[in-house]
Ligand binder design. Structure first.
Ligand code: MNH
Length: 478
């Protein structure tokens, strides 16, 4: 027999909305999970939403034959910019299928391998900014080396989220459409990056804001529309320019313009191409940049892990720049990355729904077809049933020596699940390896405030809040 799904007390008309923190809803969702357990429901402005957090239940609903991605909440708002592009499409929208079939191979490991030097070009801009040095001149030394205007010194206070966002955004723009955003050349973030940040934040806010309030907030709406236009105009312009002036480059834009869907023979429309370019920028920068910031945090909090990682980097790389082939020789780096995404999945929630009326938990909870279910990945990634009593500890060793491969299915899912899982995983992985190995190889990092403890900020993704660091050339550098 099924039992009622726990729910905090509601207030007439607005339901549970007052249970939620405006700035960091994730914090409220997690607290409620501690109080109400592996599944609970909230009534948000007339919509009932389920929150699932235990491994057992998440594993059961991670099943493409019974559950599928649902595009509601903030993700629905993101459609205001990118429509039915990959990330925000419902499964049954034809443009999702076309883009998915065309782009899966283009984001595969082999294709991404060829982007290594373009990624390095951008990553070098970060290294140059920090101390004006790319330690070893190489065949790959970027032209930008000559152009860097301002160089930071060891006393500069660095906001890692800010700089990693520049790296991630510039990397995805350069690799996917050969467009240089040049975020490192300006003190202020470029207009496009600001528009995107504001758009994502506002998309999240619109979701928790009562409709009636939304209707009277003209200023916010005008700004929201203006940000959308800024981004659309750039994407349209990039597509139009490439169409009129083809370049001999096989980047993602080229693939989208010149390939046909193997199944239907259809080409992508110009609108769909522009919306997918914007999707790469949205999906591909905050997630990766947040991941790098969290990694810095965990390594600074756990100096013995940092030492272990650097020892391995030194042994494998010495003072030469990391190459693609090195990545598999750095298992501790991979373990640190996996453990970072376990404790701080930068996409902290995914949304799913049952394809038919059903029950989960051995008949315990009944679930209505289509009712939105949120998977609380941060809770999933701490379930003691999988991770043990030290689940809160940053311990990359639990991801080493075959232990990662031996995890129960669906226990670690920072990249989502099933056929709607992340298409950019190989891309992000290579990018983060390159950037983080290069940074740790060259710099000593430290907290500005040694007593700093992790706080998060949330838009569509999460990042550390008020984390500031310093970087100096390694004291033990040769
Ligand atoms: Mn990514 C989907 C996490 C990097 C492009 N990504 C997802 C999902 C998660 C996710 C989780 C599933 C969302 C859902 O179920 O609604 N992504 C990440 C993380 C990183 C990341 C943690 C980095 C770290 N993602 C990237 C990069 C790109 C990218 C880099 C692009 C270049 N991601 C996507 C796209 C989708 C996606 C596109 C949607 C895929 C689909 O639904 O078909």
């Amino acid at each position: 027999m099924s039992v009622p799904i726990p729910q905090p007390p509601t207030i007439p008309f607005i339901g549970n909305v007052t249970s939620l923190e405006r700035e960091v809803p994730l914090r409220s969702f997690r607290l409620l999970a501690k109080t109400y357990g592996e599944i609970y429901q909230l009534d948000l402005l007339g919509q009932r939403i389920l929150y699932v957090s235990s491994y057992k239940l998440v594993n059961e609903i991670s099943d493409d034959t019974r559950f599928h991605k649902r595009v509601t909440g903030p993700l629905r708002e993101v459609r205001n910019l990118v429509g039915d592009a990959l990330f925000t499409a419902e499964d049954n929208e034809p443009n999702w299928g076309i883009a998915h079939r065309l782009l899966m191979p283009a984001f595969g490991t082999l294709a991404v391998k060829d982007m290594m030097e373009e990624m390095r070009d951008i990553s070098n801009q970060l290294l140059l900014k920090v101390l004006g040095t790319v330690s070893t001149p190489t065949a790959y030394a970027p032209r930008s080396e000559l152009l860097i205007p301002a160089r930071f010194g060891p006393n500069a206070v660095i906001d890692p989220s800010d700089d990693f966002t520049r790296v991630a955004l510039d990397t995805i723009a350069y690799c996917s459409m050969s467009h240089r955003l040049n975020s490192f050349y300006t003190d202020q973030q470029p207009e496009f990056a600001v528009a995107m940040g504001d758009f994502l934040r506002e998309s999240g806010q619109r979701f928790v804001r009562p409709r009636i309030l939304q209707a009277v907030m003209h200023g916010k709406t005008t700004k929201y529309q203006a940000d959308i236009k800024t981004m659309k105009d750039l994407a349209d312009q990039i597509v139009a320019t490439r169409k009129s002036h083809p370049v001999p480059k096989h980047d993602l834009l080229d693939i989208m313009l010149n390939s046909r869907d193997p199944k239907t023979g259809q080409a992508m429309t110009e609108q769909s191409i522009a919306e997918n370019l914007l999707t790469f920028l949205i999906a591909g920068h905050e997630t990766s940049s947040g991941m790098m910031s969290f990694m810095v945090y965990f390594l600074l909090k756990n100096p013995e892990k940092m030492r272990k990682l650097r020892t391995q980097i030194d042994e494998v790389l010495g003072d030469r720049p990391i190459q693609y082939e090195d990545i598999t020789k750095l298992p501790y780096l991979i373990a640190v990355m996996r453990e970072t995404l376990r404790l701080a999945a930068t996409a902290p929630i995914r949304q799913t729904a049952a394809l038919e009326d059903t029950t989960i938990g051995g008949g315990k909870y009944s679930i209505k077809k289509g009712a939105p279910i949120l998977v609380l990945v941060w809770e999933l990634h701490r379930d003691p049933a999988v991770w043990g009593d030290d689940a809160e500890e940053f311990r990359p060793e639990r991801m080493l020596d075959g232990k990662f491969e031996a995890l129960p299915p669906n226990a670690w899912q920072p990249f989502g699940h099933g056929f709607r899982a992340c298409i950019g995983r190989a891309f992000a992985w290579q990018e983060v390896c390159l950037v983080m190995a290069s940074v740790i190889q060259r710099f000593d990092l430290s907290f500005v405030d040694p007593s700093y403890n992790l706080e998060i900020k949330q838009t569509l993704t999460v990042k550390p809040k008020d984390l500031y660091i310093r970087a100096s050339l390694r004291a033990d550098a040769v």
